[in-house]
Design a protein around this ligand. Sequence first.
Ligand SMILES: [Zn+2]
Length: 248
Amino acid sequence: MAKDNTTPLIIGAAALGILFLAKGKVGVKGGYDIDLTDDSPKEKRKGTRDWEDITGITLHQVGVSGMNPKAWRKVTAHLGVHTDGTVYLIHPLPAYLWHGHKLNRDTVGIEVAGNFVGDLSKPESYWKAGGGPDSLNSAQITGLRRAIAYIVNEVKRHGGKIENVFAHRQASSGRTVDPGAEIWQAGGIWAQKKYGLTEGGCDYYRGTGKTIPGWWDEKCGPLPGTVQTVAEEEVVFSSEAEGAEFPG
Ligand SMILES: [Zn+2]
């Protein structure tokens, strides 16, 4: 039997690799600022997913203007982006959370602080009970992109691959302005271009959800048979900053 000299080399390379594994912040731009995973309620974690089963990101708005940063630990999402751009890691990415109805099982949820309009050309198209409306600022856009980059890099580092970026709207008739045009354009469409992700196509939705409208992404409208102005569509929403849970 020939002597196998390759095994010690492989073990040596693996040991070296472990030395270089980064903890916490990963990638050039991706990362989070504050780790709340020890403080967030563990009962919100309904299971643990394998890394290769995490294939998408779902974008949300909390629907509340002037959110207190202390409220982040109770928000049902993996990451939160505050008004000042601070990125919170609320739950570990493999945690199975009830954040997005039928998007729960295979996606990581990002919530963005604020109450944002659905259609930028119609200033009244926001959820009135949440205050505001707010506009996405540059620090928040940077924070949102850092959160997306963190997820893409972290899943890749564990052998998986993020392929989709979804809006909560795509899985719930009760979330027609979630996350709204600004977050979708600054985060969703940005991620499509940066990482080659897809919303599943302009006709894609799950459960009771609605498709991405032309007033969020011009490539998706006008399409025959779809609602093309928010005036034709009721603004339906409720706060996602009070720890509301919904199975899916
Ligand atoms: Zn949502």
